[in-house]
Structures are given as C-alpha cells and as structure tokens.
Write a protein that binds this ligand. Sequence first.
Ligand code: GDP
Length: 297
Amino acid sequence: AEMFGQLTSGLEAAWNKLKGEEVLTKENIVEPMRDIRRALLEADVSLPVVRRFVQAVSDQAVGTGLIRGVRPDQQLVKIVNDELVKLMGGEVSELVFAKSKPTVILLAGLQGVGKTTVSAKLALYLKKQGKSCMLIAGDIYRPAAIDQLVILGEQVGVPVYAAGTAIKPAEIARQGLQEARKKNVDVVIMDTAGRLQIDKAMMDELKEVKRVLNPTEVLLVVDAMTGQEAAALVTTFNVEIGITGAILTKLDGDSRGGAALSVKEVSGKPIKLVGRGERMEDLEPFYPDRMAGRILG
Ligand code: GDP
C-alpha cells in the first residue's frame, strides 16, 4: 500500500464536503473537521497532536473569510497544508558539524529499526558531500551487526573501526575516536546496540558512550512503522540521554504516517533524515513541505 494513501483519501473526504459552498463558516466546517480528525487518528497521529491540529485549522478556517477566486475547499486544503508543514517542524533541520574535526555522530535506537543500515547510509551520504568518514561498530551484543557494518562499510568505501564483542561499548568508542583523530577524518559515526525495548542497561551504556564521544549529533533511529509510539520513544530517549534529532526509517513501507507527523510536536526534536529503502543511496533530508505535499496527494 502507498504510504499516506489512507490519510490522503481521508482528508479528501473533508474537502469534498465543501464543494458548492461559497464561503467557510462555523457550521459548514464541522463535518470536514470531523473527517480531518478521523483521518489523522487512523493514520496513527498521537491524540494530543490531533487535538491541537484540528483546533488550529478550524480557528483559521473560520477566520479566513471570503477570498476572491478561491473556493472554500481550496482554502481549507491550503490551511491544512500550512499546518502540516508547521507540525513537522517547518524548515529542514540540517545536520550540525563541529567547528574542529572530527564531528561525532552517535546513533541510538531499538533493535531492528535499521540503525546499522543507517550508519552506512549516512557515511555514504556525507561522503557524497565531500566529507571523509569513519564508522565505529558498537553493537557488541549482535556479532552479526559488526560483520554487517564491516561489509556495508566496504560497500560504501568507508573505513570501519571494529574491536569485537569482548569489550565495552564506551571503550570501543574511546579507541574508535582515537583512530578517527589519527586518520584525521571529518566525521565519525558510531553504531550502538539496541534492545527490543527501552531498558536501563541500554540507557546507561549509551550515556557512557555519549560521555566518551561528546558527540555533535545524537540521532535516534526510529522505524516509521511504529506509528504514534515513535513520538513517545523520541521523548524518552531525549529525556534519558539527550538527543539532537531523529532519523525515520522504512518510509518506503506502508506506514500510515503517524510517526512523521507526531515526532517533532511531541518531543520537540526534529526528524533530520529519512530512509526510504534498503539500498545505501536511500537516505535523504526530511522536507516538511514535500511531506505535506505527499500527504495531500
Ligand atoms: P538494527 O538492528 O537497528 O541495526 O537494524 P538493521 O540495520 O540491521 O536493519 C534491520 C532490517 O531493516 C534490515 O533487513 C534492513 O535491510 C531493513 N531496513 C533498514 N532500513 C530500511 C528502510 O529504510 N527501508 C526498508 N524497506 N528496509 C530497511
């Protein structure tokens, strides 16, 4: 199924109810607003976000008045579009680079969300921008993850620092950073271990790694399929370890869009990048306006 497909058609129902109307009124937007609310909830957008969104849209819809040459249904589309862009953070949130080399990017996230894949994708993405990169393999609980990162690193032509599994992640981080300084690379990206669920051991380990690396970016990798859970996840990681943003993966799947729409509003942290496929090239900046455009079809 096409991502957002259901959301798009749910919203269409709202505009359709305004066909033939001359102007937006308090009365004639009641039904369309109900459709918008329902469409967002079905798309897995978190409830408080839906409430605020619907309020903001209806306030504007009633206050807009008659605009010559613009039909009421088109007016509502425009208002919803602008609010969607705002909801997703407005502008693109660029990656931040350190003033002096190397910039350190720490990746965190639950198991299976696509962290290891994203590590290599990000290295390729930055390499294409002319930056030299190094990867650090920190997922010591899954030996296959280290092998996977080494293979992906070869594939994208970026060196990988791996020290096996019989060593603490914070120590790998320390050694890896030292190696990166020796190599004089621009950016170091560290992949870390994830668990199936948030637990204290994982958070403590991440805190230790963070202390050692003093990273410029701490990015939480989130699977778009987790829907509205994604927003709570970002909030928890932010409170526990302090993050600078999120990377949303698997946007090529049939996720309903809730994560893309809720993360910024609920956690205050922007989605910086999105993954849309299994290929190494499938990573791009998160553009709120383009995303809104896709949602509105
Ligand atoms: P980790 O446990 O977080 O390190 O997750 P992995 O990087 O091993 O990824 C788990 C699975 O998700 C792998 O099969 C990846 O190929 C797949 N995957 C990762 N990112 C994407 C994406 O953006 N789209 C799709 N379709 N699959 C992805």
